[in-house]
Design a protein around this ligand. Structure first.
Ligand SMILES: Cc1ncc(COP(=O)(O)O)c(C=O)c1O
Length: 457
């Protein structure tokens, strides 16, 4: 039986059970008034613990197991795990399941900060690499096989590779080729596919990672696929070398013992909808509307057309600082973008994006282009730099003493904090990395940071 059916049946049953269990709102018998006004009753009515007939996320045997199996069939995975704590928890789980203390792991530096968290917890040693950088748009492109071939030749002790595809800005990597390379080198291939949860349900330039040969992927259902924050999935591919039991054991290390039935029900509803003909038609309609949106863009606006996920609208306006354009969109048109760098603005769309919204964005862009406001873009694009590692992320995290000093006095010291802009959440400097003059320049150019925590040695 499905989770949604089970919850509905609970209320249909005339002889309702009398629960002396958590959660203490007693399925909405008492809801704090402000929460009731804002959220309504239904959420609380769907909120149960592991009562009779329901299941247990630590060792699913009933309705959760059934749903996992059903979802796994839809995705053609060996196993799919349901996550109610985001791709963040999926990435950490995969890393803890695959990596031990001091294991070498190859990571594309444009990773999400959760990968750093996984390094701290696992004690693994990162080998960072930078994918190709497009300075006209200030974005990292997807990873190519050629980006990692040489690194693999130099290191024969790499246990796993972690990349993000599609990237935050939508670039796809050469997943098939990289998967093949990893197979030959006996390297576990993990893909952060947090932004790719729609790939399974429509026509895209890339197939989902586990169907391209990755051992595992994580997908955030909330980012593009319509589920609430922070619903996500871990997929283990049919031929994966990762142990399913180890993943379950690791999830049990980091997960809450109180699974959220409203979120699990939302995952069920979301995936079944996306898989239905209604869901697939809705996605195909969205992709058509995005094509129309592109066709109707004003001449002075340009959209990124690389090997990209079309739901990510990366746009720049000729001779215009993207942040100035974004400010005008914000203030005058009340349109908020996901993120802007010096060159381009990122607008994230997803299954819930209406054509009306796309038209409003297009009209605002037309108005901006007509006025040719504009502050020309003189800012130089600065590529991220790979700092030298002095300590592993775990050693740095555990270092006992920190000092806060002016950034100008930090040359030669070891960083003790995470320096990044969020979004996009790509690390500029991590704990355990050495501060040199180029990093200081980069931090000054890209952030407002004046002081920095350093390790006292
Ligand atoms: C590339 C990438 N990976 C992982 C995550 C974490 O996803 P979640 O919010 O589902 O934990 C994010 C979130 O911004 C992301 O952008």
């Amino acid at each position: 039986m499905s989770i949604i059916r089970k919850i509905k049946d609970y209320y249909k049953n005339k002889k309702k059970r009398i629960l002396f269990t958590t959660p203490s709102h007693s399925q909405g018998d008492f809801i704090v008034p402000n929460a009731k006004k804002l959220i309504g009753e239904q959420f609380f009515k769907a909120d149960f613990s592991e009562i009779e007939g329901f299941d247990n996320l630590r060792n699913p045997k009933g309705i959760i197991k059934n749903l996992q199996n059903e979802i796994s069939d839809i995705y053609n995975s060996k196993k799919t795990f349901l996550l109610t704590n985001g791709s963040t928890s999926g990435i950490i789980t995969l890393m803890l399941a695959v990596l031990s203390e001091n294991d070498r792991v190859l990571i594309a530096r444009n990773c999400h900060i959760s990968v750093y968290n996984g390094l701290v917890l696992s004690g693994a040693k990162p080998i960072w690499f930078l994918p190709e950088y497009d300075k006209e748009w200030e974005i990292y492109k997807g990873v190519k096989k050629s980006n990692i071939e040489n690194i693999l030749k130099k290191h024969n002790d790499i246990k796993a590779l972690i990349i993000t595809s599609p990237t935050y800005e939508g670039s796809f990597s050469e997943l098939d080729k990289i998967a093949e390379l990893c197979k030959q080198s006996n390297i576990t291939f993990i893909v952060d596919e947090a932004h790719g949860a729609l790939l399974n349900f429509g026509e895209f330039k890339s197939k989902p990672a586990i169907l391209c040969g990755a051992d595992a992927s994580v997908q955030s259902l909330h980012k593009t696929a319509g589920a609430p924050n922070p619903c996500a999935l871990i997929h283990i591919s049919q031929k994966s070398r990762i142990s399913i039991e180890k993943i379950q054991d690791t999830l049990n290390l980091i997960n809450t013992t109180s699974p959220s039935y409203p979120l699990l029900a939302a995952i069920e509803a979301d995936i079944k909808y996306l898989h239905s003909s209604n869901g697939r038609n809705k996605l195909s309609k969205l992709l058509n509307e995005i094509r129309e949106f592109k066709d109707e863009l004003p001449d002075n606006a340009e959209i990124y057309e690389g090997n990209n996920d079309p739901t990510k609208l990366l746009i720049k306006i000729k001779n215009t600082a993207a942040q100035s354009a974004a400010n005008i969109l914000n203030k005058r048109f009340h349109i908020e973008e996901e993120f802007s760098n010096n060159k381009s603005m990122l607008f994230i769309t997803g299954i819930g994006t209406t054509n009306k919204k796309l038209k409003e964005l297009n009209n605002a862009l037309k108005a901006i282009c007509k006025e040719s406001i504009i502050h020309s873009n003189t800012l130089n694009s600065t590529k991220y730099i790979l700092p030298k590692s002095i300590y592993t992320p775990k050693q740095a995290f555990q270092s006992l003493q920190k000092d806060r000093i002016d950034i100008d006095k930090s040359l030669g010291k070891t960083c003790a904090e995470i320096i990044m802009n969020y979004p996009p959440g790509i690390p500029i400097l991590l704990p355990g990395e050495q501060i040199d003059s180029s990093i200081i320049d980069f931090i000054k150019c890209r952030t407002n940071i004046k002081q920095i925590d350093v390790i006292v040695e």
